[in-house]
Design a protein around this ligand. Sequence first.
Ligand SMILES: [Zn+2]
Length: 431
Amino acid sequence: MIIRGGTVVTDRGVEKADIAIAGDQIVAVGLNLAGDGEEIDATGLHVFPGGIDSHVHFNEPGRTEWEDIAHGSAALAAGGYTTFIDMPLNNLPVTTDVAAFDLKLEAMKRSSKIDFGLWGGLVPGNLNQLEPLVQRGVMGFKAFMCPSGIDEFPAANQRTLREGMKRIAALGSILLVHAEDPSRLLEPKGSSAMDFIRSRPHVAERAAIAQAIELADATGCRLHVVHVSTAWGLKLIREAQQKGLDVSGETCPHYLLYEEEDLQRLGGAAKCAPPFRTASDRRALWTAEMIVSDHSPSTLDLKSGDDFTKIWGGISGCQSTRQLLLAQDRLDLPEVAAVTATNIARRFGLEGKGDIATAFDADLWIVDLSGADIVRREDLLYRNAFSAHEGQRIRGRTIKTLVGGAEPGSGRFIRPQGPPRNQGAAYDFVG
Ligand SMILES: [Zn+2]
């Protein structure tokens, strides 16, 4: 098959080229490629490497009334994504032992329309599960430094973190942390949006990231900080990278689009932890090396009401990540490819993914960038079709998403194939 006449976007640049595909791989990229098979005319269109969302919560098995694999993966495909890595919560049982892993893998194989990997969990009491989970093929482990909101997935105390990181380092794997220091979190003074934000101050993130980096240094463990929300957090990660530590971080579209004042207006659908921050945080975060959705949906009733102490924390958004970024015009096209695919593939050892080049998987997003639109509820494919992003400007109409050269349909299980690599300070985008 040949995709002909498109504008190919990679992290290296933008060029007119045909893409030849045989089986599930790209076999050539260049001008005027010869071929007598099926052709897709991409004249006037752009072709990106399929997006990789390494931070989603599809909640299956166990909480499929919030989201399920079939809906979540279809939403990703509609937004140009071809691979995701699912978090070890809020599914039930949580993915902290091999029995739970096996259940989830079966559900994924049955229902995922695109390729997928699985994160395991690090919680108090499951140290003996880390090695068997690595053998099963987890991408790495996620730990919470504060309560997760899910009783079955308790916070990792200092001892668990330290011992877990020693073992994860020995296994050559990576630890992801939700970094908020519980001793810095406050009781909300009231039920308003601003009361909620003030209960989770900047300093909680800063202190937790500093602690996690210290432990990474002491144990030699690779570390990745999920959903960084503050300029300080990003700065600590950059400084650790400059010292040679294997530390990285990600942010999410909602921290790039919204500020503290926006939460009241957007309402419960936009409650998440850590919460939205200030204008200067928002500006700084546009330089992050990875942007992922942290798609963490629930039913609408859990996101409704005026009492922000009671509303579930989590934002539905995975369908719109790339289109939201493209509409903001803060990153150029190669940067969008880098932060939504290439850098993520490299960081987590997804060999053969995240680029458009010979011998890479034919994971591609063919998109018409000429039109602008907004996020509309009726276009969302989630199990619960609503989002904090409704009404936001988007750019890019999906013409086709190809997963291994084929229409989305049956995704394959991806294990880490290479050691996690750190781009580190090599990426210094000015947003
Ligand atoms: Zn999350």
